[in-house]
Design a protein around this ligand. Structure first.
Ligand code: HEM
Length: 203
C-alpha cells in the first residue's frame, strides 16, 4: 500500500490569527517549475483533444492524436517525477489563516489533481494498447503495450479516459477559482506560494 500522507502534511496557523495575513513562504523553484510546465501541458492537451474530436478522419486528425498521446505520456512521466519529488519535499508552511475545512478542501483537491494527472494519461495509454495501437513516443521509440488487443476493453477504457479527463477539468476549475478568490478577494498572496517571485522565502 503506497503511503500518500505526505500530500497532506503541512504546518498550519491557528485560524483565530487576526487577518489580513500576507503569505511570505513559497514552494521550491523545482516544485513551481513542475506546477506551471504541467499546468500548461494539461491545458494544451485538453484543448487539442476537443479540437481533434471535431476533425474529419484524415492526416490532420492522425497527427493531432499523435501529439495528444505524446503530450499525455509526457504528463505521465512528469507527474511520476513530481510525486517522487513531493514525497521528499513537503509543502511549505501555510502562513495564511483559513478555516480548517477550507484547508482540508484544498488538500483533497490537490490529492484529486495528483491522482487524475496520473490516471488520465495512464488510461489513455491502456486504451491505445487495447485498440492495437502501440504508442511510438515522438517517433523515437515504442512504448510497451499495457494490455493485449481487445476492442471491447478499448471502448471501456476510452469511456473511462474521457470521464476522468472531465473530472480533472472540474477539479482544475475549482482549483483555479479558489486561487483567484485568494488573490483578488482575500488578497492574502496565496498565489505567491506558486510563483518565482524572489520576495518570498522558498522552502
Ligand atoms: C491558472 C491556473 C492555476 C493556478 C492559478 C494555480 C495556483 C496554485 C497555487 C497558488 C497553488 C499552491 C497552493 C498552496 O498554497 O499550497 C497550487 C498548487 C497545486 N496546483 Fe495549481 N494552479 C493552476 C493550475 C493547475 C493545474 C492545471 C493543475 C493540474 C492539473 C494544478 C495542480 C496543482 C497541484 C497538484 C498543487 C499542489 C502542489 C503540492 O502541494 O504538491 N494547478 N496551484
Amino acid at each position: 500500500m503506497i503511503n500518500l500522507t505526505f500530500l497532506v502534511k503541512s504546518d498550519r496557523m491557528n485560524e483565530t490569527v487576526s487577518s489580513p495575513v500576507i503569505n511570505k513562504t513559497g514552494y521550491s523553484h523545482v516544485a513551481i517549475a513542475f506546477h506551471w510546465i504541467m499546468a500548461i501541458l494539461i491545458v494544451v492537451n485538453w484543448t487539442l483533444a476537443i479540437v481533434i474530436d471535431d476533425m474529419p478522419l484524415g492526416p490532420d486528425r492522425i497527427t493531432g492524436y499523435s501529439w495528444h498521446k505524446w503530450l499525455g505520456i509526457t504528463v505521465l512521466f512528469l507527474v511520476s517525477l513530481r510525486l517522487m519529488w513531493r514525497a521528499t519535499h513537503p509543502a511549505p508552511k501555510l502562513e495564511i489563516a483559513m478555516p480548517l475545512w477550507q484547508e482540508r478542501a484544498m488538500q483533497l483537491t490537490h490529492i484529486a489533481l495528483y491522482f487524475l494527472m496520473f490516471a488520465v494519461p495512464l488510461m489513455g495509454w491502456m486504451m491505445s494498447s487495447a485498440e492495437g495501437y502501440t504508442v511510438n513516443y515522438f517517433g523515437l521509440f515504442e512504448l510497451p503495450n499495457l494490455v493485449d488487443k481487445n476492442k471491447e476493453l478499448g471502448d471501456q477504457l476510452g469511456d473511462l479516459h474521457g470521464f476522468l479527463a472531465y473530472a480533472l477539468s472540474g477539479f482544475v476549475g475549482i482549483h483555479v477559482l479558489a486561487a483567484l478568490k485568494h488573490q483578488f478577494i482575500d488578497k492574502d498572496n496565496l498565489l505567491g506560494r506558486m510563483s518565482f517571485s524572489s520576495r518570498l522565502k522558498k522552502d
